[in-house]
Structures are given as structure tokens and as C-alpha cells.
Design a protein. Structure first.
Length: 313
């Protein structure tokens, strides 16, 4: 099997390529840069085949993918800077990547009659209420430019393909790139008091664990909509921060102890910094994974521990 992976300079694409390599599956990485521009950590992705590709250039996308003749595409590439997406000068580019780029990939997959996996987000919903969102729920009400363009991407996949996986994820962290954990560890070194929101609820997703699931899925024909995060229960960003610091102390980083860094819970309104509206309810129902014979991810607490041991901080 040969799988083309977009967005390999990001957190998820990096880990998907490494997971393909572990299983002896041929992986082809792509991104906008002329050569692989992710973290040079010595893992397989840094030496695997790479093809530069501007997703917004439909002719180039078609030519590149047809030339490579993959058996499937895992489309991880996206504009994910949620607040910057709200800036008027960025909105056309965000749409060109998240919608136009996705449509370009979907059209080529349709031409080749191969499956496409599109990585989406809980931001396609309005984030209200407390009930977990079902993967087949069509009650879409995105509150941000990011959410709207990711939903347009979903619809482009469905409009062009029958062989598709749409996998929505949330609260992502991985080795290759910036994320909430790295941010908290950095600010925890600089400040002895932090304010973190406690009214946005969800579950973190470790890209290392998610990559294993995605590669499992792409080798099947169990197409459709799915939700995937780590297990371990629903939490707030405040809860997550407290556990990040608790585990950091357990690993010997005493500078994150409660007597050195005070973490105070606040509401989203009290925090009041974001340009984009964040969902209060990022709970994702993952029962469809079990129904279709896929293995659930480990708990986020376990994932966090493994991740922190990988980091240098």
C-alpha cells in the first residue's frame, strides 16, 4: 500500500508518516515547503519521500498526486491558527487552504477512485450544550472562520467522493509543532500566576496515538464520519493545565509545583482575549469507532505522561 499524507510539517502529519513507516507501508509526505520543514528529530518522516505541493493550485495538486499514484490520501494539511483566521487579510487564504485545497485533493482522489481521509474539527458545531456531538450529526453551526472553512472542506469531500473518512478531532498535541501543553510549560516558567478558562470542555488528542488509529482506518473500507480523541473523560483547559503541571512535577520539574505557580480558573468571558469564538462544548462521541471495530485511544492522562517524557522543557 502507498499512502500520500498532506501537512507533514504539522503535528499530525509528522506522526502519521512515522506510523506508516513502522508498519512497512510506503508513505509519501507533502507540504508547501520545497523540502521537509518539520522537526528534525531523526524519525522516519525526516528521510521518507517528500513532494512539495501547494494545495491551492488545483492543476499542481492533480499532477503531483496522479504522478505518485497513491492507494489513499490522508489529508492533514490545514490552516489551524484559529484567531489569525478571523483577520480580514487572512480570510481568503484560510478559505483557499481549508476549502479549496481540500476540494482539489478530493477531486483527484475521485479521479483515481481512491479513499481520502479528511481531518476535521469540533469547530464545525456551535459548541453549545453539554451532550457529546455524534459523528453523524448534521446540526452544523460554526462560530468562526476556521470552523466555517473546515465545514466547507467536509462538504467538498462528501460532494466529490463516496470513499471518504471524515475524522473530527480536538485539543491536539504532538511533538512537531506548537500546542497548549508547550504553551503552558513556557508560561509556567515565566509567571507565578496563570489564569486558565474552565468553561470550555473537551478531551485532548495526542497525535502519536491518533496516527495509529488513522492508519488502522485507512486500510479498511469502513467509510464515513468519525470522532477521535483520547479517552479519560471530559475536562476543562484549567483541569488540563493542573494535570500538566502535576505530571511535570512528578517527572522532577519542581518549578511547576503549586507553591510556585498558582493556576486560577476563569470563565471565557473573564479571560477575554480570543478573536475567534471558541466552543464551550467540545465533547465528541466516539462510540462509532467501537461499533466499527476500531480500538479506542489510551487515556489522555497516559498520553500526557508519555508526551512529557518525550519533551525537553
Amino acid at each position: 500500500m502507498k499512502v500520500l499524507v498532506t501537512g507533514v510539517a504539522g503535528q499530525l502529519g509528522h506522526d502519521v508518516m512515522n506510523e506508516l513507516s513502522k508498519r512497512g507501508i510506503e508513505g509519501i509526505g507533502s507540504d508547501i515547503a520545497d523540502s521537509y520543514a518539520g522537526v528534525q528529530d531523526g524519525t522516519a518522516v525526516t528521510t521518507m519521500k517528500y513532494v512539495p505541493m501547494d494545495l491551492t493550485d488545483g492543476e499542481s495538486v492533480e499532477a503531483r498526486i496522479i504522478f505518485e499514484q497513491p492507494d489513499a490520501v490522508i489529508h492533514c494539511a490545514a490552516w489551524t491558527a484559529v484567531d489569525a483566521a478571523e483577520d480580514e487579510e487572512n480570510q481568503a487564504k484560510v478559505k483557499a487552504i481549508n476549502f479549496g485545497g481540500t476540494r482539489n485533493v478530493a477531486k483527484v482522489c475521485a479521479t483515481l477512485d481512491i479513499p481520502m481521509m479528511y481531518i476535521s474539527t469540533d469547530y464545525v458545531f456551535d459548541g453549545q450544550g453539554e451532550e457529546p456531538w455524534k459523528p453523524d450529526c448534521k446540526d452544523y453551526k460554526p462560530l468562526s472562520v476556521y470552523g466555517s472553512t473546515k465545514l466547507q472542506g467536509e462538504k467538498a469531500v462528501v460532494a466529490n467522493l463516496e470513499k471518504f473518512f471524515i475524522v473530527r478531532i480536538a485539543w491536539v498535541f504532538g511533538v512537531n509543532g506548537n500546542n497548549f501543553i508547550k504553551t503552558m510549560l513556557n508560561v509556567g516558567k515565566k509567571y507565578n500566576q496563570l489564569r486558565v478558562v474552565n468553561d470550555q470542555i473537551g478531551t485532548p488528542t495526542y497525535t502519536y496515538d491518533l496516527a495509529r488509529l488513522l492508519v488502522d482506518m485507512i486500510q479498511t473500507d469502513k467509510y464515513g464520519y468519525y470522532h477521535a480523541t483520547n479517552e479519560g473523560g471530559y475536562i476543562s483547559w484549567y483541569d488540563f493545565t493542573k494535570e500538566i503541571f502535576r505530571q511535570a512535577v512528578e517527572l522532577g520539574y519542581e518549578e511547576y509545583s503549586e507553591d510556585k505557580v498558582l493556576v486560577t480558573p476563569v470563565t471565557t468571558q473573564e479571560y477575554g482575549v480570543s478573536k475567534a469564538a471558541r466552543p464551550f462544548n467540545s465533547r465528541l462521541d466516539k462510540s462509532k469507532l467501537v461499533e466499527n471495530g476500531f480500538e479506542l485511544l489510551p487515556t489522555w492522562q497516559d498520553a500526557l505522561f508519555r508526551y512529557l517524557k518525550e519533551l525537553e522543557f
